[in-house]
Design a protein around this ligand. Structure first.
Ligand code: ADP
Ligand code: MG
Ligand code: MG
Length: 200
């Protein structure tokens, strides 16, 4: 990916997260401690600030830098998980990845998040977006951006009726049912922003 394109992509994703910070906070107020919007905003503001530097690297190293930045700035439960996800993508991707490379790296990154979070899909977390998105990535190139974006959004919605089994929301037990998981929503926002950018 061209340096200028990568820089614009990082900024576009950061803008989307920052623009939705209040929405993410509201979701986390319902079933957590109300900081997910601020956590993500802080992290992606830093990514936007560093976009110039980060985009000087080839794509894999740039993703590793994004991951490190998120680990250092986001905090909470989500910071290390997002950080692990991006750092693993960076480690697994070749410089000029095909969709098959991306699908493979995405899968390894999911496994790394599962390990770190001691979690799996079905527990009302960001994995409930990442795992379905991987399914779309592995299903081939036809309309992949559209399919991934649509699936990410519907997968975040599908966390509403789930019972939280991991993270702070699990402290609420049955009362976690009926609210979208904040991390699932932020993951869908990041993935949708990437799809929108690459689709233009
Ligand atoms: P905290 O809960 O520490 O305040 P955040 O509010 O930033 O951190 O992030 C909460 C989100 O992190 C949840 O909505 C969920 O998606 C994700 N999360 C929390 N714990 C786990 C876990 N063990 N595995 C996967 N995702 C998790
Ligand atoms: Mg929180
Ligand atoms: Mg917190």
């Amino acid at each position: 990916m061209e340096q200028e394109t990568l820089k614009a992509l990082l900024r576009a994703v950061a803008q989307t997260v920052i623009a939705h910070a209040e929405e993410l906070t509201a979701l986390d107020q319902a079933i957590g401690d109300g900081d997910h919007g601020l956590n993500m905003k802080r992290g992606f503001e830093r990514v936007a600030e560093l976009a110039d530097d980060i985009s000087q690297h080839p794509l894999p190293q740039a993703l590793t830098e994004v991951g490190k930045t998120l680990v250092m700035t986001v905090g909470g439960a989500s910071g290390p998980l997002y950080g692990t996800f991006f750092m693993t993508l960076g480690k697994e991707l070749p410089a000029d990845p095909t969709l098959i490379d991306l699908s493979h790296a995405f899968n390894v990154a999911i496994t790394a998040v599962e390990r770190r979070g001691k979690s799996s899909a079905g527990q009302k977390t960001l994995l409930d977006v990442l795992v379905p998105v991987h399914e779309e990535l592995s299903a081939g190139t036809a309309n992949v951006l559209e399919r991934v974006k649509h699936r990410a959004t519907s997968a975040a919605d599908a966390t509403i009726p789930m019972l939280a089994v991991r993270g702070r929301a699990s402290f609420l037990g049955e009362r976690s049912i009926g609210h979208m998981d904040p991390g699932a929503h932020s993951s869908a926002l990041v993935i949708s922003a990437v799809c929108d950018f690459l689709g233009d």
